[in-house]
Design a protein around this ligand. Structure first.
Ligand SMILES: [Zn+2]
Length: 56
C-alpha cells in the first residue's frame, strides 16, 4: 500500500508521480521546490539558534 500526502497542500500523492525531498513526499515539482526552500530556511534558522545558544 502506498498512501502519502503532499507536505505542502496535503493532497494524496501517487507512487509514480510522487517527488521526495528530505524524506517527505510532494505532489509536484512546484511544491517540491517550495518545500525545499522552506526546509532550507528552517535549517538556517535552527543553525543560527544553535550557534547562539551553544555555550556550555
Ligand atoms: Zn502539493
Amino acid at each position: 500500500m502506498f498512501e502519502k500526502h503532499c507536505t505542502i497542500c496535503g493532497v494524496e500523492v501517487k507512487k509514480d508521480t510522487a517527488i521526495k525531498r528530505f524524506g517527505k513526499y510532494l505532489c509536484s515539482e512546484q511544491h517540491a521546490e517550495e518545500f525545499v526552500v522552506r526546509e532550507q530556511q528552517r535549517q538556517n534558522e535552527e543553525s543560527r539558534r544553535d550557534r547562539r545558544g551553544g555555550c556550555c
